[in-house]
Design a protein around this ligand. Structure first.
Ligand SMILES: *[C@@H]1O[C@H](CO)[C@@H](O)[C@H](O)[C@H]1NC(C)=O
Ligand SMILES: *[C@@H]1O[C@H](CO)[C@@H](O)[C@H](O)[C@H]1NC(C)=O
Length: 403
């Protein structure tokens, strides 16, 4: 989103109080500082995830991924359809016919809320995703969740100093819940290329920040690193160098199995990508095939995503065709990391057209993420929070066709 439209907890979810004797399905059941139940309800086993987190997983730990992964994880080799650049047709399994995205899901906003209050108070200024809502979406086949957080809360005393343990722990729990359920979790520092309001100009410090963060997620292949949300109104060369520093910092931490999403200037807009962000073709990753260009696109007249009306039923396609061509001509792949439309038929047509275009070009477009789910959206026009978010009610049927 171009602007922060939400600065605090307008809607407070009701929390169940008291500690259950046994953890429910998917509940936390252990970890450093944990004082709640350490056993799980029937059918679930308390499973060690990391030092901060154990979780009630179905059956034993070993059965978890085999029972859920068929629904939500699609092996890389079966995902990309009919790339014209592929020379061996044998490399494309027959079951890919029809085109599937590798990543299809939603943003999860909340950890970055309260941008005028740092560090702020959990439950008042910011919140993390609601695991039950995430589970509801995963059960339907959504497999990617972009989790927003604030660098100022994680790094309260400068980019190269230590992380706040409690914020990191809560963020990690959200990430692990998603990845333990077999989905991808995108770490999204929702910072617009800024830290405490100032454009980040210390490129080395930014690389160090990413190096330190990547160390915490080294062993989790379903984590995706998103260098920063929506750089804007800053030097194009700086955007290139910040992205490169992030890539290098992540890889030198030893995180070599994960994908990295880079974003561009001008709010990472797809509609201006080919003129604004052309220099980002120069980004280099020491790991082959794991660098993905994340673009955003809204369909209202100024492209800001602040109006429920879309320009026309064709605007979705019109605004991304230039980016599609740019990706293909430069040998890159992309993901549409934010898109949405209001609850009206023009937007529904535009969103369907957009997704059909991305699907038809799934050699270069590997996924799309709706803006946005999250526990505090209330009646926000794009809310994809089940069961009653406006976007969820109006677009779940549309989006599910692309799972
Ligand atoms: C972390 O989450 C717990 C609830 O699980 C909450 O009590 C605590 O305040 C949170 N802390 C931060 C920094 O997010
Ligand atoms: C960028 O893409 C648009 C379509 O969105 C196209 O009209 C324009 O020619 C492209 N510009 C460049 C420099 O490729």
């Amino acid at each position: 989103m171009k602007t922060s439209i939400f600065t605090g907890a307008a809607v407070l979810a009701s929390f169940s109080s008291g500690v259950a004797a046994q953890g429910g399905a998917w509940a936390q059941c252990g970890g450093q500082g944990w004082s709640g139940a350490t056993t799980c309800v029937a059918g679930y086993t308390c499973t060690f995830v990391n030092n901060w987190y154990s979780q009630c997983l179905p059956g034993g730990a070993a059965s978890t991924f085999t029972t859920t992964s068929t629904a939500v994880i699609r092996p890389t080799t079966t995902l990309v359809t009919l790339s014209t650049s592929r020379t061996s047709s044998a490399a494309v399994p027959t079951q890919t016919a029809g085109g599937k995205f590798k990543w299809f899901g939603v943003n999860e906003a909340g950890g970055e809320f309260g941008q005028d209050t740092y560090p702020g108070v959990w439950g008042k200024h910011f919140i993390f995703p609601d695991n039950n809502a995430v589970r509801t979406l995963i059960n339907q086949g959504y497999n990617t969740f972009r989790v927003g957080f604030a660098m100022e809360r994680l790094s309260q005393n400068g980019l190269t100093n230590g992380f706040d343990a409690a914020y990191l722990r809560n963020l990690t729990e959200s990430i692990n819940f998603i990845t333990n359920a077999g989905a991808y979790a995108v770490l999204d520092p929702h910072n617009f290329g800024r830290y405490f309001g100032n454009i980040i100009t210390d490129v080395d410090a930014f690389g160090t920040w990413w190096n330190n963060l990547a160390k915490h997620f080294l062993l989790n292949e379903r984590v995706i690193f998103d260098t920063n949300n929506e750089y804007h109104t800053m030097s194009q060369d700086l955007v290139l160098r910040l992205n490169q520093a992030a890539i290098d910092g992540i890889r030198s931490a030893g995180a070599t199995s994960q994908y990295i999403f880079v974003e561009g200037n001008s709010w990472s807009g797809a509609w201006t990508w080919n003129t604004t962000n052309h220099n980002l073709r120069e980004l280099r990753d020491s790991v082959e095939g794991k660098l993905v260009y994340q673009m955003h696109q809204y369909l209202d007249s100024d492209g800001s995503g602040t109006n429920p009306n879309c320009v026309s039923g064709e605007i979705g396609v019109q605004r991304v065709v230039g980016a599609t061509r740019w990706l293909r001509e430069n040998g890159k792949v992309g993901i549409l990391g934010e898109f949405a439309g209001g609850a009206n038929s023009v937007c529904q047509t535009a969103v369907k057209g957009l997704l059909e275009h991305l699907k038809a070009n799934s050699d270069v477009w590997h996924g799309a993420l709706w803006w946005s789910a999250g526990p505090w959206w209330g009646d926000y026009m794009f809310s994809f929070e089940p069961p009653s978010g406006t976007g969820y009610v109006n677009y779940n049927g549309v989006l599910r066709q692309y799972l």
